[in-house]
Ligand binder design. Sequence first.
Ligand code: AMP
Length: 215
Amino acid sequence: MSEKLVTILLGPPGAGKGTQAKRLAGRFGYLHVSTGDILREEVRAGTDLGSRVEAIMNSGELVPDELVAEIVGKKLARDTGNGILLDGFPRTLAQATYLSRISNGAPPVVINLKLEDAEVVRRLNGRRHCRGCGNIYNLYYSEPRKEGICDSCGEELVLRPDDRESVIRERLRVYRDQTQPLVDYYKTEGRYGEVEASGGIREVFDSVVQTMSRM
Ligand code: AMP
């Protein structure tokens, strides 16, 4: 992998990593890599990999490090534009070590999107995905124009299987156990900043950009 700037969005499920990553990638011309999106696409397409990871994802557990590392390694081997924006990766210390190895040890920029558990549960319960184009809506603050239908492509909007409340609780537990330790790791190994993610999409985006400009 060439020595491109790597930016990592950390934060619990529902903190808005995907939403902010899309906007940041657009603003700065970064390659947006979402391991969750890549894995969901494998499931949707019914590939071998997809069938191996579907049950794990639906239960809120993490997919094995080796599988995710392989996916990310392949993706980053390509030409990567102005930089790389990682959304949902790394999620374990083993993944962070792998990333450090393939990016020749250059310190990443790490933005931790902070959000209280109660708000995580509320947001994810209200989140709906388009079956067709993957657009994301939220019943609390970004409803589609017509209930249950995607504004962009007209397909049906669905609740992700892992956005059910029981699974959200498990994802939060997994986040705390396996991903939270990356905060301390990146406080020493990266350029680390925190952003309060409870505000609106635009407000959080502005805070992220401001925080990045100070790092
Ligand atoms: P996300 O869309 O980022 O919330 O990811 C959805 C699910 O995909 C997670 O709950 C995991 O099961 C799996 N997943 C995504 N990224 C990773 C990763 N870096 N390591 C392990 N599992 C992952």
